[in-house]
Write a protein that binds this ligand. Structure first.
Ligand code: PA5
Length: 448
């Protein structure tokens, strides 16, 4: 495995692990025997064995076609329908991936994950006169944010290419049989891909949901699936002490028992910023229910050491840190020598930036441990398609085990509906009229 877990700085004793072991193993059995809550949503668990090979080939073909017909792909989706693909593309290409250009790939911009007019206008400005295609990703087809964005980009496509031309540039990833988008796609004749019934949004990035934008953006999705398959095999291991996915779940549970309520996923690579966003959704939507769970936060160091670093070092002791460490940089740059040495940095001239980053990581780890913040380290060899696939599976499996350990259904998300009901009532959506008056009264009282 490219992934290694180190918990020497977590302040956890072997006997605490022994104590928690039966619970972790029982949770793991619930998963493999499909006896836990939400077990009908375990399609991700053996995905590398069961995924639809015919559809996978079509995804690669569609990605090729998108690259031939367009310079830009607008991927429209929210939550589980966009975070994984964006995390993958930035993992591989970095935060400036779209500007770097790459043979046989398009620029990929993500829309439909907010209701900001300015954000969509920015994407339209970036596209300008260039050719573009759209991948609309929504299981239901009625989620407000992507539905609004799709209306706008569909209209632009139709203005630019005509109704017929637009159809050949729209790719819909949606429910196999039902839902508003399925109906529209079939009526209009868009090429379609499937959001599997037995895979929830936050576990869907290695289905067509994430794979099409990833492939169009230049990722090697064969390698992604190989990494995922190898991780699936490795974490089938029933031996607690040599199964890092199970161990990580148990360590998180012990942190919760010791009174920690926040987990910070800290990385030292800006390429992992969106991976942190993906992790937050996975953890928060899966565990944060029935007044339980760790609150997941992500941070990018050393950047954030100059902002939230103060709190981590000295503030309320509510958190532990999980450092996602990348051992090798893609490109080795060194600190140049400067004869004037006005910044006093010549002691480090000739050192690689990766080495400096590692010293920063180690120095921070010691400082945070001294400040009462336990540290776990998940290290990976390097950022590539294969390690992305491995990491995704590692977090899926671990989170599912820890969800069962704390006694929740890790595969539903009932709390996500609350804001939608209020928003629909305030907007006057049919069926939500009853709540409108009372909500407006409350808002008025707050404004006064
Ligand atoms: O994890 C989830 O289930 C959610 O984040 C969904 O993916 C998100 O709400 C999008 O839903 P839909 O695909 O129906 O538009």
């Amino acid at each position: 495995m490219a992934i290694k877990l180190n918990y020497k700085n977590a302040g956890i004793r072997e006997k605490e692990l022994d104590y928690i072991r039966p619970l972790a193993e029982a949770a793991c059995r619930q998963l493999t025997e499909r006896t836990g809550a939400g077990s009908e949503m375990l399609g991700w668990h053996d995905l590398p064995d069961t995924y639809d090979r015919e559809e996978f080939a079509r995804i690669k073909e569609a990605a090729k076609r998108i690259c031939q017909q367009s310079e830009v792909l607008v991927a429209i989706g929210i939550g589980g329908s966009y975070l994984g693909a964006r995390a993958g593309l930035e993992f591989i290409k970095g935060p400036f991936g779209n500007q770097l250009g790459q043979k046989d790939s398009v620029e990929v911009y993500f829309a439909g994950s907010n209701i900001s007019s300015d954000y969509i206008q920015n994407i339209l400005d970036i596209i300008g006169d260039r050719d573009f295609s759209v991948n609309v990703i929504s299981k239901s087809g009625t989620t407000t944010e992507p539905a609004v964005a799709f209306r706008i980009f569909k209209e632009k496509l139709e203005q630019k290419y005509g109704k017929e031309g637009a159809k050949s540039r729209i790719y819909a990833t949606t429910d196999a049989h039902k839902g508003a988008l399925r109906g529209l796609a079939e009526k209009e004749g868009y090429e379609t891909f499937v959001v599997p019934d037995n895979i929830g949004g936050r576990f869907s990035c290695l289905s067509a949901v994430g794979l099409l934008p990833m492939a169009a953006g230049g990722m090697d999705i064969d390698q992604v699936m190989k990494g995922c398959a190898d991780a699936m095999e490795a974490y089938r291991n029933p031996d607690f002490m040599s199964n890092d996915a199970m161990l990580y779940a148990a360590l998180r549970f012990l942190m919760l028992m010791k009174g920690k309520s926040v987990e910070i996923l800290a990385s030292y690579e800006p390429s992992l910023t969106m991976f942190g966003e993906w992790y937050k959704q996975l953890m928060a939507e899966s565990e944060g229910k029935e007044n339980k769970g760790l609150f997941p936060v992500s941070a990018n160091f050393t950047t954030d050491l100059h902002s939230i670093g103060q709190f981590i070092q000295d503030g309320t002791r509510i958190m532990f840190e999980t450092v996602l460490w990348v051992q090798n940089a893609r490109q080795e740059l060194k600190v140049p020598h400067d004869p004037a040495n006005v910044d006093g940095l010549n002691f480090a001239s000739g050192i690689s930036m990766q080495e400096m980053n590692e010293k920063a990581m180690k120095g921070t780890l010691l400082a945070h441990v001294d400040g009462g913040v336990p540290n776990l380290i998940i290290s990976i060899d390097r950022l590539n398609d294969y390690t992305f696939g491995q990491l995704v599976y590692f977090f899926w499996k671990s989170l599912a085990v820890s969800g069962y350990m704390i006694g929740v259904n890790p595969f539903d998300q009932p709390g996500v509906e609350a804001y939608k009901k209020n928003m629909f009532a305030l907007l006057g959506k049919p069926g939500f009229e009853e709540a409108k008056g009372a909500l407006e009264e409350r808002l008025k009282a707050l404004a006064d």
